[in-house]
Design a protein around this ligand. Structure first.
Ligand SMILES: Nc1ncnc2c1ncn2[C@@H]1O[C@H](COP(=O)(O)OP(=O)(O)OP(=O)(O)O)[C@@H](O)[C@H]1O
Ligand SMILES: [Mg+2]
Length: 431
């Protein structure tokens, strides 16, 4: 197990640079960078979730950590080893992809054993690439033992294996390394409940089963770090939920440092110890799920975390506590102290989540509008309410009797209000 530290990581792709060769760029190609000065530390044993819109650089960051992609600038540390220049197989990370990437011609058993069998051979052949650098020590005693068995010259094992290959399974010679691999494969298969599928090939498995084999392959390697890139996105809702719980339990049980990419809100909020929110190649905020929800650092995070998304309304500030809009006047609670004084008689952006709006009676602090759209989910109802110059999304209890076209009044829960600077978009709340 290990801490992962990402320091000032920068990534540009050569093709993007070529395509923009005639454009004047600053020295660091900022405009073209897919990742811009990423700083993030994932603690030993932590489950870190990376979220962000499509194309923000999540997969690229995982690929840089795993070594599948070369870093342009900065450093990546796994434990106390800087891994920038190490090939993927020496980084002691195991990646699980969205597309399971199983070997189609191998059985489940061999898919699980594949990475383990390659440990010895790979380490040997990768030595010249590294210019004879000494092998990094593996943290796990079990891996050290396996590496030793696989790399040690056990000249007498090969002929024994080939002589006994045609005998019934009980009489075949099994090398010591293979015995260790077998133990590990069976233990992992049992944990993921795929032990009855070991003899099958991937085409004979369902999506969920394939996904568990892909997870098992990563687990069998007993890596210091799991890297998971949207591993559940091909599963149906029920299986997704089950597998989600399974991954969380396994991670907590094994304590392996995990970086998990998703753009599913629920996964992000329920799986991670902490969440890093990314946008356009930069980290916007790193915090626990509830902190992100309650104290988003800026407008982007406020709008990204939470579903349906937060409503934003431009308002005029009258310090210390009053917000004025042509349709309503809202008094904020006294916790805001004097934070709004610099914004007196200036504009700010009020943020209010749909669940913090409720149906109310006419009043100057409430907003009048009519319902233009309604989604009754059974457990709750979403309303789109069109007011004078503003459209709001409200989440109300399912038993409220309203219909599309109705005129309604919405009340804002003042203690749940967020405010953002209209230019910097930073939150004005206490950090
Ligand atoms: N090999 C490449 N060459 C050029 N550009 C690339 C390459 N790989 C990724 N990109 C670009 O880098 C940006 C980040 O891509 P990345 O795959 O990391 O996004 P992502 O956050 O994982 O998105 P998604 O949620 O859609 O998977 C995108 O704009 C993408 O077009
Ligand atoms: Mg991706």
């Amino acid at each position: 197990m290990a801490q992962v530290a990402i320091e000032n990581v920068y990534k540009t792709f050569p093709k993007l640079r070529q395509a923009a060769a005639d454009v004047t760029l600053d020295t660091e190609h900022d405009g073209l960078a897919v990742l811009k000065r990423i700083n993030l530390t994932i603690d030993d044993g932590e489950f870190m979730v990376l979220v962000g819109p499509s194309g923000c650089g999540k997969s690229t960051l995982l690929r840089l950590i795993s070594g599948l992609e070369e870093i342009t600038g900065g450093s990546i540390w796994v434990g106390d080893r800087k891994v920038n220049d190490l090939p993927p197989k020496l980084r002691d990370t195991a990646m699980v992809f969205q597309s399971y990437a199983l070997y189609p011609h191998l059985t489940v058993y061999d898919n699980l054993a594949f990475g383990l069998r390659r440990m010895g051979g790979d380490l040997e052949t990768s030595l010249p690439e590294l210019g004879q650098k000494p092998l990094p020590p593996s943290d796990s005693p079990a891996n050290q033992e396996l590496e030793r068995l696989l790399t040690a010259s056990r000249w007498w094992e090969k002929p024994l294996v080939s002589i006994t290959r045609r005998l019934p399974p009980g009489l075949r010679y099994v090398s010591e390394a293979e015995r260790l691999i077998d133990d590990r494969v069976r233990a992992v298969a049992k944990m993921l409940q795929i032990d009855l599928l070991l003899g099958r090939q991937p085409r004979q498995l369902s999506g969920g089963q394939k996904q568990r084999v892909a997870l098992g392959r990563a687990m069998a390697r007993n890596p210091q770090v799991f890297l998971m890139d949207e591993p559940l996105s091909n599963l149906d809702a029920k299986l997704r939920m089950e597998t989600r719980a399974q991954i969380v339990n396994l991670q907590r049980q094994l304590g392996i440092t995990t970086i998990y990419v998703t753009h599913d809100q629920v996964e992000a909020m329920t799986m991670g110890h902490r969440i890093a929110v990314m946008n356009q190649g930069q980290i916007q905020q790193v915090a626990t799920p509830l902190d992100l929800y309650n104290r988003p650092a800026n407008r982007f995070v406020a709008g990204f975390i939470g579903s349906p998304p937060m409503n934003f309304i431009p308002v005029q500030v009258q310090a210390p506590f009053l917000l004025i809009h042509s349709e309503f006047r809202l008094s904020l609670p006294s916790e805001w102290d004097d934070r709004l004084v610099p914004y007196d008689h200036r504009e700010a952006l009020l943020g209010i989540r749909p669940e913090h709006l409720s149906l109310a009676l006419p009043a100057p602090k409430n907003i009048r509008g009519h319902i233009t759209h309604m989604e009754a989910l059974g457990s709750e109802t979403y309303l789109t309410v069109q007011g004078e110059g503003l459209t709001l999304l409200a989440k109300i209890p399912p038993d409220e009797v309203v219909r599309v076209g109705d005129q309604v009044w919405l009340a804002i829960a003042p203690e749940k209000a967020h405010l953002f600077d209209p230019t910097t978009e930073l939150s004005l709340k206490k950090p």
